[in-house]
Design a protein around this ligand. Structure first.
Ligand code: PEP
Ligand code: MG
Length: 568
C-alpha cells in the first residue's frame, strides 16, 4: 500500500483499477523538399476537420455537462482555426520546405512555451489548450487514433497530464476518477472534471510511473489523497468517506444557492476564504456570498520577486468583477510566521510567529505596503472591495496603517488614477486586540476574527506543532469568551463582525456563534453548504440556551462534548 498527496480538484471518492494513459508524444520527423502550398493545404484541411469535430463534441457536451463546459470546446475550435498558429506554421513551411507535421510541432511548441512562461495561472493553463488542439491536428495529419478510446469502463485513469479533450471523453459512467502528475486547479481539465463530477487529483509527481495497469487505486478528490493497492481497512475508510460525500452532495445541491438565514429568519452570510484568483470559481460554485478573506500573501509566495502594482491590480480587480455586488475582503500581506517569502530577505527570527509578521512587516516596509494599497484602491472601482489588516495588536498600528491608506488615496487622486475609498477592517487574531475590541471598533469598519492565531496566541500553542496539538481546540473556553466579547463590542458600535479562522467551519460552534451575534462565516469553499445548512437549522432562541452553557465552560474537553451534543 502506498499513499500520496496531490491537489484535489474535483471532489468525490473513486475506487477502481488503474489504467495508465500513456500519452505518446507525437514528435514528427523533419522531412524536407516538400512543396509549401501542398503541405499548407494538408495542414489547413486537418485544422478544419478538428474544428468541425470540436464543434460537434461541444454540442454533445452542452447537453451532458453544460454551456460553460461546451464553451471550452468552442474556444478550442477557434484555436484550431487560429491565425497565429497558421502564420507560424506557414512561415516554417516556406522557410524550410518541410512537412506540415514538423512545422506544426515547432509552431505550436513556440506559442505554448510563450504562454506557459506567463505568471498568471490562467494564461499558463492556456498553453495546455494549444498543446491539446495541436495534438489533435497532428493525429489527423499522421492518421493515428486517440488513446483515450481504449480506456476500460470504470477505471481510474492515471496519466502524466490530461488534456481537456481527453477529459471530455471521460463521461461519468466511463471513468471513475483520474490522477495526474501535472496540472492545477484552474486548468480546463480541472474545471471539466468538476462539472462532469468526476473525482480528480492532480500534481502527484511521477504518478504515471508509480502506478501500474490493473492495480487498485482509491482517491479522495477533495483532500487530494490517493492510495495505491489499498488494504481492506483503507478501502473501508474510503467507502465511509464515499457515504459521507454522497450525503454531503445532496446537501450541497440543496444549500448552494440558498440565502443564508436561521430557522427563525435571521439573515447571515457565508463567505469564502481564498488564496488566489483561481479559487474564486470554486467558491462561487459552492455558493459563497462574497469572499471574507483573500489571503494575498500567496501571490507573493508563488513569485520569485515582488508582484508589481499592476499585476496585483489585475488580480484584485478580476476577483472583484467575478463577485459582482458581493464583498471581496482583501487582506494585506500576512507574511512571516509560517509563511516565509525568500526574496524579501527577512532576517531569520527565533520566534517568527511573534516576530516581524503581517502588518508589522508592512509598516516596516512601507513601499511594499503602499504598492499593495494602491492596487487595492484602484481595484475597488471594479466591485465591492474592502481592505483588511492582519495581526493588528495596538491602536497605533491601526492609526498608522490608516494614515498610509489615506495618503495613498490622496496620491492616486493627484495622479489622476481612478480609485474608490474602501471600508477598512481588521483581523482580530491577537488577544490584545480582542481585549481592546471596544476601542478598535471606534476606528475601523469591520472585524474578522482569526481564530487560527487567536487560539495559538491565547493558549500559547503553536498552531503547527503536533507535540502540542492536543492543547489546541476550537472550543477553548478562554477563546470563546474573547470571541463573545469581540462580537459584543462590534454589535454595540454597529460594525460588521465576521469570523474567518478555521473555527468558523467547525459545525458544533455554529449555533453558539449565531447566538453571540456573528454576521458572517468565512470558510474554505467546500464547507460553505454545510455551514449554511447548520445556520438554517439554528433557532436563535435555542442557540441562546446553548450560549448560556458556553459561558459556564471551564475546559475545552467539556466544551467540545457539550457542543457536539448540541449539534446532534
Ligand atoms: C487566522 O489566524 O485565523 C487567519 C484566518 O489567518 P491565517 O490563518 O492566514 O493566519
Ligand atoms: Mg492569522
Amino acid at each position: 500500500m502506498k499513499q500520496y498527496k496531490g491537489t484535489g480538484v474535483s471532489p468525490g471518492i473513486a475506487i477502481g483499477q488503474v489504467h495508465v494513459l500513456k500519452k505518446t508524444a507525437l514528435i514528427p520527423e523533419k522531412r524536407t523538399g516538400k512543396r509549401p502550398e501542398v503541405e499548407m493545404e494538408r495542414f489547413e484541411e486537418a485544422c478544419a476537420r478538428v474544428a468541425d469535430e470540436l464543434i460537434m463534441l461541444s454540442k454533445k457536451v452542452e447537453k451532458e455537462a453544460g454551456e460553460k463546459e461546451a464553451e471550452i470546446l468552442v474556444s478550442h475550435s477557434r484555436i484550431a482555426l487560429d491565425r497565429s498558429l497558421k502564420r507560424e506554421t506557414l512561415k516554417l513551411l516556406e522557410a524550410e520546405s518541410a512537412n506540415a507535421e514538423w512545422a506544426l510541432h515547432q509552431a505550436a511548441g513556440k506559442i505554448a512555451e510563450r504562454l506557459a512562461a506567463m505568471k498568471d495561472p490562467l494564461f499558463s493553463a492556456r498553453a495546455d489548450d494549444i498543446r491539446d488542439v495541436s495534438g489533435k491536428i497532428m493525429r489527423h495529419l499522421m492518421g493515428i487514433a486517440d488513446e483515450t478510446s481504449q480506456v476500460p469502463t470504470g477505471s481510474v485513469v492515471v496519466s502524466e497530464l490530461l488534456l481537456p479533450s481527453d477529459t471530455i471523453t471521460f463521461t461519468k459512467g466511463k471513468v471513475s476518477g483520474f490522477v495526474t502528475a501535472k496540472g492545477g486547479f484552474a486548468s480546463h481539465v480541472a474545471i471539466l472534471a468538476r462539472s462532469l463530477e468526476i473525482p480528480a487529483v492532480v500534481g502527484i509527481s511521477g504518478i504515471h510511473e508509480l502506478a501500474a495497469d490493473g492495480e487498485k487505486l482509491a482517491l479522495d478528490g477533495e483532500t487530494g489523497e490517493i492510495t495505491l493497492s489499498p488494504d481492506g481497512a483503507t478501502i473501508e475508510l474510503y467507502n465511509k468517506r464515499l457515504e459521507t460525500y454522497e450525503k454531503q452532495k445532496d446537501m450541497v445541491a440543496a444549500y448552494k444557492k440558498r440565502r443564508t438565514e436561521t430557522f427563525d429568519g435571521k439573515r447571515l452570510h457565508v463567505e469564502a476564504n481564498i488564496g488566489s484568483l483561481a479559487d474564486i470559481d470554486a467558491a462561487i460554485a459552492y455558493g459563497c456570498e462574497g469572499v471574507g478573506l483573500f489571503r494575498t500573501e500567496f501571490l507573493f509566495m508563488e513569485n520569485d520577486r515582488l508582484p508589481t502594482e499592476d499585476e496585483q491590480y489585475e488580480i484584485y480587480s478580476k476577483a472583484a468583477k467575478k463577485l459582482g455586488k458581493h464583498p471581496l475582503i482583501i487582506r494585506t500581506l500576512d507574511i512571516g510566521g509560517d509563511k516565509p517569502v525568500d526574496y524579501l530577505n527577512i532576517e531569520k527570527e527565533e520566534n517568527p510567529f511573534m516576530g516581524l509578521r503581517a502588518i508589522r512587516y508592512s509598516l516596516a516596509n512601507k513601499p511594499v505596503f503602499i504598492q499593495q494599497v494602491r492596487a487595492i484602491l484602484r481595484a475597488s472601482v471594479s466591485g465591492n472591495v474592502q481592505m483588511m489588516l492582519p495581526m493588528i495588536t495596538s491602536l497605533e498600528e491601526l492609526i498608522q496603517a490608516k494614515q498610509i491608506i489615506n495618503e495613498t488615496a490622496v496620491q492616486l487622486e493627484s495622479d489622476g488614477i481612478p480609485y474608490a475609498n474602501v471600508p477598512v477592517g481588521i483581523m482580530i487574531e491577537v488577544p490584545a486586540a480582542a481585549v481592546m475590541a471596544d476601542v478598535f471598533a471606534e476606528y475601523c469598519d469591520f472585524f474578522s476574527i482569526g481564530t487560527n492565531d487567536l487560539i495559538q496566541y491565547t493558549a500559547a500553542v503553536d498552531r503547527g506543532n503536533s507535540n502540542v496539538a492536543h492543547l489546541y481546540s476550537n472550543s477553548e473556553p478562554a477563546v470563546l469568551r474573547l470571541v463573545h466579547y469581540v462580537i459584543k463590542c462590534a454589535r454595540e458600535k454597529g460594525i460588521r463582525v465576521a469570523m474567518c479562522g478555521e473555527a468558523a467551519g467547525y459545525l458544533p460552534l455554529v449555533p453558539v456563534l449565531v447566538a453571540m451575534g456573528l454576521d458572517a462565516f468565512s470558510v474554505s469553499a467546500p464547507l460553505i453548504p454545510s455551514i449554511r445548512a447548520a445556520i438554517h437549522k439554528t433557532d436563535t432562541k435555542e442557540s441562546e440556551r446553548l450560549l448560556s452553557l458556553v459561558q459556564g465552560f471551564t475546559s475545552a474537553t467539556d466544551a467540545e462534548k457539550t457542543l457536539s451534543q448540541g449539534n446532534d
